[in-house]
Design a protein around this ligand. Sequence first.
Ligand code: MRU
Length: 337
Amino acid sequence: MVETIEWTVDGVVMIDQTRLPRETVFVTCRTYLEVADAIKTMIIRGAPAIGVAAAMGVAIGVERSDDDIELICSTLAATRPTAVNLFWGIDRMRRLHLSLAGRSRAEMVAAMVTEAKLVKDEDVAICMAIGAHGAALVPDHKTVLTHCNAGALATAGYGTALGVIRAAVAAGKTIDVFADETRPFLQGARLTAWELQQDGIPTTLITDNMAGHFLKSGRIGCVVVGADRIAANGDVANKIGTYSVAVLAKENGVPFYVAAPISTLDLTLTDGSLIPIEERAAKEVTEVYGVPVAPEGIAVLNPAFDVTPNRYVMGIITEKGVAYPPFTESLRELANS
Ligand code: MRU
């Protein structure tokens, strides 16, 4: 499996997800500003991967610049608004920095770098645990539908939703995957299809508007997606289009699961209406690989995420176990366990 992000002596190395699957190119970020830019331009994307990148960004900022920790943190925090893992990663590093006040610069840098590497290693372990908890929920001899990319590329490795699929396959289940292409950024077509093909997991690419047709067909055993932020009541922000899939899943009696680490929970928000939704550039909608597909000057909206109300969610698979409705109680219990 390819390394999504790595701490090296040269800097923070990331696979450039904007160029997959056409080219496998690695980008080295040598400053925290370059890390911030990589998050903003989606060289690295996916909530847990963004959290790891942010932690490494803070570490490289402390190591290689004289900028104030607050400036480093606020610059990284201004990159993308929806995935709460970004803020979680930054806060973890900021708290460590505070606790090390008075130490020598060398000691400070060593501790910050060690912590950033730990954030990455923990994320892989968390994904494996999510996979282990989720595998039992995947019906055998059926198709799993997923949306966007919640795989190794969206995490430090293994994936959340794709972690569940990988664990189900490892447990001997005979399943295949339907991957929504995920317009407009095509994470499903470019990243999920690529990742699963590399793993040899049978995968069929469908366009987003085909999901309802297949959910009705009886072939889909369950839907598993990732999340960018989950409110205290279990409302789930995830890639735009997730809500439509969830409604169509419920309409057709197909279980809809969300796989996410505890760091994706935002228990400070009572419900999903409070989750900030990123609006991205119109060009992502009007162009495909730089080729216009719409008339010039047309009005465009491009919200990158939507919120699926908790009533459509059958369970939230975390590294600590599966939360079931009512989520306000079950998520709080899991988070505090
Ligand atoms: O805009 P992206 O590609 O960062 O959005 C990614 C998603 O919506 C994923 O489904 C989510 O972050 C979960 S990744 C394990």
